[in-house]
Design a protein around this ligand. Structure first.
Ligand SMILES: [Zn+2]
Ligand SMILES: [Zn+2]
Length: 144
């Protein structure tokens, strides 16, 4: 995604395109590792040492609220973030905590009886288990 597209998506969501906000968004767009807030701050700070931790965290929060960035809650660990435009599900490894993207497929919405008066905005799945690396390690331990 180019600079102009990032600026448009920020402004389209009612956010001013400040250099710091832009930096957070640009980093997340190209980062596939689902970084934590601390990692985002480190990366943004490397590019522009003037941006403070508080500003970075506030920008991150604004981007999540605007729906441009998604927060992936990882139990017992720091939340991870991603800004991929393409919808996807997640796989979280129990052992190493890795958060991986899984190809999107539609999930059936709950029926109106279980939903009641709630209004669903979005629905995504989180798969949990062992990532390929950890699964292989476990398999080789068993064999040996
Ligand atoms: Zn793993
Ligand atoms: Zn993701």
């Amino acid at each position: 995604m180019d600079a102009e597209a990032i600026r448009r998506s920020l402004e389209g969501s009612g956010l001013r395109c400040t250099p710091q906000r832009y930096a957070v968004m640009a980093f997340l767009m190209e980062c596939n590792r689902h970084p934590t807030a601390a990692e985002i701050f480190q990366a943004v700070n490397r590019m522009d040492p003037r941006s403070s931790r508080a500003t970075t965290y506030n920008n991150l929060r604004d981007l999540v609220q605007a729906g441009l960035v998604r927060e992936v809650a990882v139990e017992g660990r720091a939340a991870r973030f991603d800004a991929k435009g393409v919808r996807h599900h997640h796989f979280i490894c129990d052992r190493c905590g890795n958060v991986e993207d899984m190809e999107w497929y539609d999930v059936r919405r709950p029926g109106s009886r279980s939903l009641g008066k709630r209004m669903v905005r979005e629905c995504e799945l989180i798969f949990r288990g062992l990532c390929a690396k950890c699964a292989a390690r476990r398999a080789s331990r068993k064999a040996g």
